[in-house]
Design a protein around this ligand. Structure first.
Ligand code: PLP
Length: 297
């Protein structure tokens, strides 16, 4: 299933004066480069679900997401390439106009259905896999197969050694996968981009369940909640791009890299730390901004 080009995921150094001054070394794994639409971590979380669909001869994928879901877009594009039908169930009422991500998902052939928020969690359980040609993927690729997929990320880093790996956290599936295969003495640090870290922590615990806890969440970088992006965040993204040439997105990686620079400033990392940041993609989400807000695209 070579939908994406893993070898396009470069590992780039992050060169910033504040790092050098503190004796820190940082790199970024550019998952944003592997595919223009099936961005970043979404492919890694989807791969084993898709494999299962093909192996068990399922013709139809059904999955869930919000109106700004990168997961729905990625699933739609992947199904399109693999010749699978797909349906995306979206929380909320039919809007006058579809959001750009949903438009994109629909353009890849995804059938979009809206259900009210109150029905959403109920409905999630109702769609059972009794329909024999249907494979259901949980929202965000959450679940064992998603974690298994994300745990393959370390295979992109042969011969590398880090003391810390940082990633943005939505459902926490990527963080759980990283934590499953992180080498000894490597801390996995998740930066939640939505409010409600307590629930997230519990969800991630369910997905990890190992003796040694090698992960934690650092909160306080939500910027008001999911997909909220005040002007100061946009300003940070612009100035970070100017300094590093790394483009970030408003929902996930902008908040991740901001958190990183803040943690550095607080002397969170000991001297000689070797830090890897996962650029998990999501850049197409910037299309929801009005023109000229970002100095890159
Ligand atoms: C979905 C997504 C995440 C969050 O991944 P989870 O496994 O849900 O925590 C992070 N970054 C980007 C760009 C995403 O699209």
């Amino acid at each position: 299933m070579p939908l994406i080009q893993q070898d396009l995921a470069t590992i780039d150094p992050i060169v910033l004066d504040e790092l050098t001054a503190r004796g820190l070394f940082a790199e970024v794994l550019r998952l944003d480069k592997v595919h223009p639409v099936i961005s970043g971590n979404k492919w890694f979380k989807l791969q084993f679900y898709l494999q299962e669909a093909i192996q068990t001869n399922k013709k139809h994928i059904l999955t869930y997401g919000g109106p700004w879901s990168n997961h729905l877009v990625a699933t739609a594009a992947a199904c399109n390439e693999l010749g699978l039908q797909c349906t995306g169930i979206v929380r909320g009422e039919w809007p006058k106009q579809l959001t750009p991500p949903l438009k994109q998902a629909a353009s890849w052939g995804m059938k979009i259905e809206f259900i009210s928020r109150s029905d959403y969690s109920m409905q999630k359980r109702k769609h059972s896999s009794t329909q024999s040609d249907l494979l259901i993927i949980p929202e965000g690729g959450y679940g064992n197969l998603g974690v298994k997929g994300a745990s393959t990320l370390f295979s992109l880093l042969p011969g590398k050694s880090y003391t810390h790996v940082l990633c943005a956290v939505g459902t926490g599936t990527m963080l759980a996968g990283l934590s499953a295969t992180a080498p000894e003495n490597c801390q996995c640090i998740g930066i939640p981009v939505l409010n409600g870290a307590k629930a997230l922590e519990e969800a991630i615990q369910l997905q990890t369940n190992f003796d040694t806890v090698n992960w934690k969440l650092e909160t306080g970088f939500e910027w008001g909640g999911y997909a909220k992006h005040p002007t100061q965040l946009i300003q940070f993204m612009n100035s970070f791009f100017k300094k590093t040439k790394i483009p970030t997105d408003i929902v996930y990686t902008g908040k991740l890299f901001y958190a990183f620079t803040q943690l550095v400033e607080r002397n969170y990392f000991e001297k000689n730390s070797r830090i890897l940041l996962i650029h998990s993609g999501g850049l197409q989400g910037n299309q929801s901004l009005t023109a000229n807000q970002l100095e890159f695209s």
